[in-house]
Write a protein that binds this ligand. Structure first.
Ligand code: B16
Ligand code: MG
Length: 216
């Protein structure tokens, strides 16, 4: 059967909004308290990566007890939850609503596919929750990106086969997840980061839907 675009699955952090800065500030505070080195270079490795995996990356060879590990995860999440409390429409990247509206207008189904366990309050705050027919987040599946599970879960909820889904992603882990799921991938960001995607744009506001439909 011929492939046809039926659904778009959007990543959250780095695609719809820049929660990366809030994640960064929260990890930074935790690391400062714990005396663990942390900077923006290490933070870049956490893009699209689950909270648990992020802490493993931050700790590197440093060993901590399972109890301490969980306590650190909880503390970081409390800082993060505090920082997203006031998130609102003005935190959306420019052009996001236009893209979502255009796709809706074409009869395309929309889903969210985020690693974050906090994705729901974030899209509620951003005022875009109602655009999405399905939400796949860090609570939906066990295996985080780069496993394909989040995107496959979203496609199943929408009732669309993976081959007819387009994923919009900014992170290497997410692009790998979407490719493994057998989906067409739109990369957002610099080529060095999103070079494995099928097509890429520097930012979501510069997306050209006609080009995506033509290249699919
Ligand atoms: P949480 P995405 C990801 O969101 C972030 O990019 C990543 O930095 C974060 O660690 C992850 O969500 C988990 O978030 O701690 O809120 O569960 O890009 O997949 O939308
Ligand atoms: Mg992302």
């Amino acid at each position: 059967m011929r492939r046809k675009i039926e659904a778009f699955i959007f990543d959250l952090d780095g695609v719809l909004t820049d929660t990366a800065e809030y994640h960064y500030q929260s990890w930074k505070l935790l690391c400062k308290e714990q005396g663990i080195p942390f900077d923006r270079k290490i933070n870049e490795k956490l893009r699209g990566v689950s909270r648990r995996k992020s802490l493993e990356i931050i700790l590197g060879d440093q060993k901590v007890s399972p109890g301490k590990f969980s306590e650190m995860l909880e503390r970081k999440n409390n800082y993060y939850r505090e920082s997203i409390k006031n998130i609102s429409k003005k935190d959306l990247f420019p052009g996001v609503e236009k893209v979502l509206e255009e796709l809706k207008g074409k009869g395309i189904k929309l889903a969210l596919g985020s690693s974050s366990k906090n994705a729901r309050p974030v899209i509620e705050g951003l005022g875009v929750k109602d655009f999405f027919e399905a939400i796949a987040d860090g609570n939906s599946v066990e295996k985080a990106k780069p496993a394909p599970d989040i995107f496959l879960f979203a496609a199943e909820k929408l009732g669309v086969v993976p081959e007819n889904c387009v994923v919009v992603e900014d992170a290497e882990a997410g692009i790998e997840a979407a490719l493994t799921a057998g989906m067409f991938v739109v990369g957002i960001g610099p080529w060095e980061r999103v070079g494995k995607s099928h097509i890429h744009f520097p930012e979501i506001g510069k997306i050209n839907l006609d080009e995506i439909f033509a290249r699919f």
